[in-house]
Design a binder for this molecule. Structure first.
Ligand code: EPU
Length: 432
């Protein structure tokens, strides 16, 4: 699907944000750990949530959605049919997290090849190694992974890098395992802490210790939950960037300051203004010009890799040279080619520019960017390659004078609820 955006106008108004995509999907998967009823509130209406619910339904679960609430009952679950499994292939990264719950409930699971954003190789070796450590037998073939286990056993697991997905994998697999699991070098993103809180409500015994260590003592049975998912800080940041880039003003309802401290500091440094209110955060441009900055993406509490793309678009409008060093993904600057075609001046480097040397430094990855501003952007035809790059192109189209045609907006709908409606409510002329 395509849309056309008339750029060159400031956006003004308010938008609502709901449960975080990267939390809600995993919290819905957690409902498979119990045969009791689970109720998740603040669920956004996005494609990745619908896909997760379709997977639960295909596994025999019953799902009811009413407004922002989602009630899931999985008292009778079964393995999916091959045709059902294939229908989920390549669409999302959520299926890999079915392993723990399904091994606990059914003793076996087949995981189709994964989808998700096209931002580099995205291996799953940490997941497989962790599952093997917990006692799963894993067979890999070209269609996906087949795993079986006669009950998982707690283990000591150390991640080579604090991976969000692998940490969630260990949590969801060890809560019902026999004995104690000690995970070191774990990710501690707020979305993970939200999942830990939910699992604790279900009766799990989990402690988040100092130095990225998480200890899980397996229990025999978990019960249902009622939980309100944390707000989407990635969506909030996307609108904040749109506000400063267009010299506009946006109140992001329900945005939560404590999850965005690092972003807010950088926002202020480049000339962004914000006011933390009881019902959200209001964002605007405080200074006449946007100021250049140095940014290094990192795991929490660092500057999130998912904030990088919308921020880079803002930096094309900064008065001077900015440097962005991406240390989480080796290949997350592909989207800058289109920005350069629109008039930006962004040069990519293989070196670790500006700060620490990261694990990509000695390898052949273009993972640092120098952005020379300020450059006017030209409207044009834009093809969305992945979710966050997609929203960053929306911001570029808002800045550019003229009409931009944006193709593949369904990719943006994977993680942004009704973003076309929200743009319209902020005064943007959008048509299909
Ligand atoms: N990694 C491995 N092996 C693994 C797992 C990860 O080498 O088995 C590497 C990755 O290649 C990457 C790094 O570890 O270089 C971090 O990856 P991580 O596992 O943390 O990412 P993820 O769990 O696959 C989630 C989000 C991403 C977000 C990252 C980092 C979901 C569905 N996705 O991915 O979100 O960028 O954490 O915060 O939760 C998005 O929403 O657009 C998105 C890409």
């Amino acid at each position: 699907m395509d849309i056309k955006i008339q750029g060159g106008k400031s956006i003004k108004g308010e938008v609502e944000t709901h449960g975080a995509k990267n939390c809600v999907t995993k919290e819905l998967v957690a409902s498979l750990l119990t045969s009791s009823e689970c109720v998740l509130e603040n669920v956004p209406d996005i494609i990745d949530v619908s896909l997760t619910l379709d997977m639960i339904t295909a596994l025999g679960g019953k799902v009811e959605r009413k407004d922002r609430s989602c009630v899931v009952r999985t008292s009778n679950i079964k393995l999916m049919k091959r045709s059902e499994i294939d229908s989920f292939s390549g669409k999302s990264r959520v299926p890999i997290l079915l392993c723990g719950p399904l091994l606990a409930r059914l003793g076996e699971v087949f995981v189709p090849s994964l989808g998700g954003c096209n931002i580099g190789p995205r291996p799953i070796d940490f997941h497989i190694n962790a599952l093997k450590s917990l006692g799963a037998i894993v067979e890999e073939n070209e269609d996906g992974l087949y795993l079986k286990a006669d009950g998982l056993m707690g283990a000591k697991i150390a991640l080579d890098y604090p991976s969000v997905g692998a940490t969630e994998q260990v949590l969801l697999s060890s809560v019902l395992a026999k004995g104690k699991t000690v995970l070191s070098n774990a990710a501690v993103e707020p979305e993970i802490i939200d999942l830990v809180s939910l699992l604790q409500k279900m009766g799990a015994e989990i402690s988040v210790d100092t130095d990225r260590q998480i200890t899980i003592v397996g229990v025999e049975k978990l019960h249902g939950y009622r939980h309100v998912a944390m707000p989407d800080r990635l969506e909030a940041v996307s609108w904040a960037c749109a506000a400063i880039a267009t010299g506009g003003e946006v109140l992001v309802k329900d945005a939560r300051q404590k999850d965005m401290i690092t972003f807010l500091n950088k926002y202020r440094q480049i000339g962004g203004g914000f006011e933390v209110r009881d019902n959200g955060i209001k964002f605007w441009r405080e200074t006449d010009i946007v100021k250049p900055v140095f940014i290094e993406t990192d795991v929490h509490p660092g500057f999130m890799t998912d904030w990088q793309q919308p921020f880079v678009v803002v930096l094309t409008q900064a008065d001077g040279v900015s440097i962005v060093h991406e240390t989480v993904y080796e290949n997350r600057f592909g989207f800058t080619e289109t920005l350069n075609k629109m008039g930006a001046k962004i040069q990519l480097y293989r070196d670790c520019l500006g700060g620490m040397s990261c694990r990509f430094g000695q390898r052949n990855y273009l993972h640092s960017a120098v952005i020379v501003g300020r450059t006017p952007l030209k409207a044009g035809k834009i093809v969305v390659p992945d979710l966050r790059a997609g929203f960053s192109y929306i911001i570029a189209a808002l800045i550019a004078k003229g009409v931009s045609q944006i193709q593949n907006i369904n990719i943006i709908e994977r993680g942004y609820e009704d973003f076309v409606g929200k743009l319209t409510s902020l005064g943007v002329d959008v048509c299909s």
